[in-house]
Design a protein around this ligand. Sequence first.
Ligand code: DHB
Ligand code: FE
Length: 278
Amino acid sequence: MASIVGAVTTSHIPAIGGAIAKKRQDEPYWKPFFGAFAKAREWLARVRPDKVVVVYNDHGLQFFLDKMPTFAIGAADEYRNADEGWGLPTLAPFRGDAAFSWHLIDSLVAEEFDLTSCQEVLVDHAFTVPLQLLWPTGCTLPTVPVMVNTVQHPLPSPARCLKFGAALGRAIASWPGDMRVLILGTGGLSHQLEGTRAGFVNPEFDRMCMAKIVTEPAALGGYSIRELVALAGTQGTELLNWLVARAALGGRVSEVHSNYHIPISNTASGMMVLENSV
Ligand code: DHB
Ligand code: FE
């Protein structure tokens, strides 16, 4: 049986990838963001995952507005990155584990989640940047991309994402062999990139989410998408990825580390390391 070592949630802003490429991590603008990841990496060295399930939203690299699955999972042995137009260097392909992915897909479909299975996925900044933050010299662990539609309305509700995450956790746990799985949930926190509210952030709401995600995630499941957009911004809906990651851990969790810093680019950046409580 596989075990879930814990979850890391982090913002996935493309500018972070730019700062990594230009080695700007210690500059005053970037230090309050990058500084927090040393602790997350120390924790990773302790818990030693051997697979990473990355819950994120594609931003138009793999799926465009014409075809948008609500939930999709990669089932390949390799995932390529490609130019999205942010000026980021294209990274070397990431390892996958098709057999493990198909196990997750089988389990989730059996639990009545109607997924899109993808035997090829171009992974965007929402996948690559968080992996670079956790493995600055390159992530060599096999990965599974899990994509949630946080882009093209109608989006899955927070309550649905909690249910999907819980089923994902059960699917991981039911893998018959030994495996130590890290869940990585990316995106958020509050941000809005377009329209008259461009630049909108909501620290009070973000801090409430970071507290409730530990103690009472079901309370976050009570928000509608309309409320989430109003409170967190049009791209603040990326919180859905955090909810999937949190719910995959199951019942009670403890917060190992967290960081919150405004702004990185247009976004209120958040990072958490969560572990199951015994
Ligand atoms: C920004 C944030 C995002 O989540 C994203 O996907 C792209 C850009 C930003 O703040 O620049
Ligand atoms: Fe995003």
